[in-house]
Design a protein around this ligand. Structure first.
Ligand code: NAP
Length: 259
């Protein structure tokens, strides 16, 4: 399908690996020039090289921590104005609700709520001036159904979801859409790390931990970054201009809900 976005420019945050990379690759495949970001230079440069060789688009890698104001300033200066913004960052660590202190809540809010909000505040005005723009925030299935051990994520992402619900309706009239993609379990380093934690806690192998989690998903498997990226690219396409302020779950049916 021609997504109608060839030649547009996108900033894809936290995109050297995993879901962010999946989004970057799908946009590159659609002919979009990219600003890629991650903290670690080596894998970021490698991803940028691979995608530009594969799809012939222009890619600018910016190594910076997107959750700090200095890192964001560096990325935003390199990016200038963009047509498409995909926000993403690492997720908060797992834990137990009684243990989390103010500092841990502030870190989670900074990374998974205030960072995407700051990026939208910086980039939405030029999209509105241009009369076209797309924002996709990578959040989590925890927005729809809380994950006990990921209370920091449940909390921060709920705040972002509220901001998007209100803001998406204020910018839609200028041709700019904002939507959230809610990943269920996907086959990335993050999922492997969480399987490792469960394996240690329960005295089983990481493979057993994964097999157990797979049985909780009606699709019977983890999602892939490629599938996730394809959904992101569609939301960024010309065809998705009437999808505004939605929270779209990609979870293989894991959350048992009618709506
Ligand atoms: P991942 O495989 O661990 O990849 C994370 C990517 O983000 C890497 O490129 C990493 O590179 C970059 N990154 C992390 N922190 C960053 C920061 N502060 N600044 C810039 N780049 C940063 O993670 P993932 O599975 O793709 O998850 C992406 C997001 O989706 C996370 O917020 C996660 O909680 C959420 N999520 C994932 C799943 C899942 O099953 N995978 C499910 C629900 C929600 P560097 O380390 O070099 O910075």
């Amino acid at each position: 399908m021609d997504l109608g976005i060839r030649g547009k420019r996108a900033l894809v945050c936290a995109s050297s690996r995993g879901l962010g990379r999946g989004c970057a690759e799908a946009l590159a495949e659609a002919g979009v020039d990219l600003i890629l970001n991650a903290r670690t230079e080596g894998p970021l440069t490698e991803t940028a090289q691979t995608l530009s060789d594969r799809y012939g688009v222009t890619i600018m890698p910016v190594a910076a921590d997107i959750t700090t104001s200095e890192g964001r300033a560096q990325v935003l200066e390199a990016a200038g104005s963009v047509d498409i913004l995909v926000t993403n960052a690492g997720g908060p660590p797992p834990g137990v609700w009684q243990d989390w202190q103010r500092d841990q809540f502030i870190a989670a809010l900074d990374a998974n709520m205030l960072t995407p909000i700051a990026l939208m505040q910086a980039l939405l005005p030029s999209m509105m001036d241009n009369g076209w723009g797309r924002v996709v925030n990578i959040t989590s299935q925890s927005v729809k159904a809380p994950i006990a051990a990921l209370g920091l994520s449940n909390t921060a992402r709920a705040g972002l979801t509220g901001f998007v619900a209100g803001t998406a309706r204020q910018v839609a009239g200028k041709g700019v859409t904002i939507n959230n993609l809610l990943p269920g379990i996907h086959d990335t380093d993050r999922a492997t790390a969480l399987d490792g934690t469960v394996a240690t806690q329960q005295g089983i192998t990481p493979q057993e931990a994964r097999a157990r989690r797979e049985t909780t998903i009606p699709a019977g498997r983890y999602g892939t970054a490629r599938e996730f990226g394809a959904a992101c690219a569609f939301l960024c396409s010309q065809n998705a201009g009437f999808i505004v302020g939605q929270n779209i779950l990609l979870d293989g049916g894991a959350i048992n809900a009618t709506l």
